[in-house]
Design a protein. Sequence first.
Length: 51
Amino acid sequence: WPEVEQAECLARGAALKWASGVFCRPEHLEHLTQYKKRESQRINRVHTRLK
């Protein structure tokens, strides 16, 4: 499915952009645990909607 492949490509690009910003600025590393928690909750909500 080309739409899925395009969405995955865009998601990877967004993730790389975010990660490069975090690792370029060490003060942002303190917020990684908060980010992980927030993203985990977001992913769980998406999975719940898809069921």
